[in-house]
Design a protein around this ligand. Structure first.
Ligand code: HEM
Length: 227
């Protein structure tokens, strides 16, 4: 879909650089100043009936999908070569779609758990709701794109990855990405919004894996004031 040039530049060049800068700077600052807020703020003690069936599918799904994006980003030529045979392309697409649907179902269950349980609602902040809304849009638009704009693994490697590398090379070229269907463009823009908000949310727990719990001495953490 064609947008005015200034909007393309703002969304596909300005936004990514702003989001990545905020993400890096605030993540480091938060780690340095408020290290113990780096937590997923587990809610298992408050509600443990639906916890497993929401949390586990969501995490398996999202981690597999993110790994797929990372592989495509790192070795796009190998992905294109793999997809050169139709059967291998179908297997890859079916696997990616399955994990995307798994993440989406798990996420819907996580949101439902927070909406329907009074204790969970009480510990859910405005930032949590915003995070869930953005994650839901990200997962739903990803599944939509996978179903209605086929062979995403190929056009991701051929079109989106060169754009991402152009950003990292400080020579941004959003040209072809701005010609993608609207759903794919929204999926990309929402991803950058999530990256920019990342250090302000509970998603920071992703950065503290593997966790030093495994080797450090036990310690007691007391919360006081706002987290
Ligand atoms: C190796 C990577 C990861 C590990 C080990 C991990 C671990 C965890 C743990 C232990 C919890 C708390 C569960 C509880 O309530 O007891 C959690 C919650 C959560 N994780 Fe992760 N996570 C990982 C990656 C991710 C990723 C990639 C995302 C999303 C992009 C994500 C999103 C969330 C969200 C939104 C919650 C809160 C769910 C809720 O309480 O309703 N995690 N994670």
């Amino acid at each position: 879909m064609n947008l005015p040039l200034y909007l393309d530049r703002a969304l596909f060049v300005g936004l990514p650089y702003a989001a990545i800068s905020v993400c890096l700077i605030v993540s480091l600052q938060r780690y340095g100043w408020r290290m113990f807020t780096y937590s997923s703020l587990s809610s298992q003690l408050l509600e443990n009936r639906t916890h497993f069936w929401a949390m586990v599918p969501f995490h398996y799904g999202i981690l597999a999908v993110l790994l797929g994006h990372l592989i495509g980003f790192s070795v796009p030529r190998a992905v294109l070569a793999w997809n050169g045979r139709p059967l291998r392309l179908y297997v890859l697409e079916a696997a990616a779609l399955s994990f995307g649907v798994l993440a989406l179902i798990g996420l819907a269950a996580l949101i439902n758990r927070r909406l329907t349980n009074a204790k969970m609602r009480a510990v859910t902040s405005a930032m949590d709701w915003l995070t869930f809304a953005l994650l839901l849009f990200q997962a739903a638009s990803g599944v939509y794109v996978a179903v209605f704009t086929p062979w995403g693994s190929t056009w991701y490697a051929a079109v989106v990855v060169p754009y991402l590398w152009s950003l990292f090379g400080l020579n941004p070229d959003a040209g072809v990405v701005t010609q993608l269907p609207l759903a794919a463009q929204l999926h990309i823009v929402n991803a950058f919004i999530l990256i920019g908000l990342f250090p302000f949310t509970r998603l920071v727990h992703i950065l503290v894996v593997p966790n030093p719990y495994l080797w450090r001495r036990p310690q007691i953490v007391r919360w006081y004031g706002s987290r």
